[in-house]
Design a protein. Structure first.
Length: 295
């Protein structure tokens, strides 16, 4: 006699299968490879490679039928560091919520990197072409599964220069109801098959979601790097810091630093593809829980 599968387990299985099939894994890898190729010259803010990356993100959002946030995708801003002015732009898309269109979940990653130094291109495959390609995977999923909350897909600029794009965005969004920020920065390369999530000590509901999360993949999801263990504190390490400063709940997903971090060896050939695909599935599954129940 065949054993009967419990109904709840069946629902979880079906939900995961739907998630896994709702973004194109081959495209995920292809987009990381493209964005971290030499032709983008390390994607430094305001330079040729950064402008090419900007155009690539806009083109991909448009091809995936992601609507611009407001009247346009590009939200330009300038800033100055040590007397040098930078011209930057956040690329923002949105998918309107079916139930709570005026409440936002911001899913973010940064498309800039450090450019060319001493003749060597720093391609930034993990940091953070991986996060940008994951944004496109979110777009694919949400096209088939409209969210309850309005989702802003935010490709931030100038993260490497002090989180400038994220701070600009958060400042412009003052008064808006941002439910949470999900930030992805370095999610594609882990020899240990470990993805970390940061932010649970600051929100009880997010803590409960993560602690009760049924991981559908073979990769590990670990709580840590929150300043409560002996590991490096990532609470303010990436664009989520701008949200945290305004007391907006956040979850940051990332893998630990590796030999390619801010080196020319952060190339597509050195990512761990299965871990990366698992990371995106994990993050998307957690997003689904937040969107379904709110905070």
């Amino acid at each position: 006699m065949k054993k009967k599968i419990p109904f709840l387990v069946l629902l979880i299985f079906i939900g995961f299968a739907s998630t896994a099939q709702s973004f194109d894994e081959a495209k995920l890898l292809e987009r990381v490879k493209t964005l971290s190729s030499d032709s983008f010259e390390g994607r430094k803010t305001g330079e040729k490679g950064g402008l090419l990356a900007r155009a690539y993100v806009v083109k991909t959002f448009d091809s995936l039928q992601v609507a611009p946030f407001g009247s346009k995708y590009e939200h330009k801003f300038t800033f100055e560091i040590r007397g040098k002015e930078y011209n930057a732009a956040n690329i923002l898309g949105q998918i309107k919520g079916t139930d709570y269109p005026e409440k936002y979940i911001v899913v973010s990653a940064h498309y800039d990197h450090v450019g060319v130094e001493k003749g060597e291109i720093y391609n930034g495959a993990d940091d953070d072409a991986s996060g940008i390609a994951a944004l496109f995977a979110f777009a694919e999923y949400l096209a088939k599964n409209p969210p309850k909350h309005t989702v802003v897909l935010a490709a931030f600029d100038a993260e490497e220069l002090g989180l400038k794009g994220a701070y600009y965005f958060v400042d412009k969004m003052k008064g808006a109801h941002i439910v949470a920020n999900i930030n992805m920065d370095m999610i594609s390369r882990s020899a240990k098959n470990e993805l970390y999530v940061v932010g649970t000590p600051h929100n009880e509901q997010l803590k409960s979601i993560i602690e009760n999360f049924e991981n559908p993949t073979s990769s590990k999801l670990l709580i840590g790097h929150d300043g409560l263990d002996k590991k490096q504190n990532w609470t303010n390490a990436s664009d989520h810091a701008a949200f945290h400063k305004e007391r907006i709940p956040f979850l940051y997903f990332g893998n630990e630093d590796h030999s390619g971090y801010h080196h020319p060896s952060d190339d597509y050939e050195n990512i761990t593809p299965e871990f990366y695909k698992n990371s995106v599935q994990i993050i998307l599954s957690i997003f689904m829980e937040i969107d379904a129940n709110g905070l």
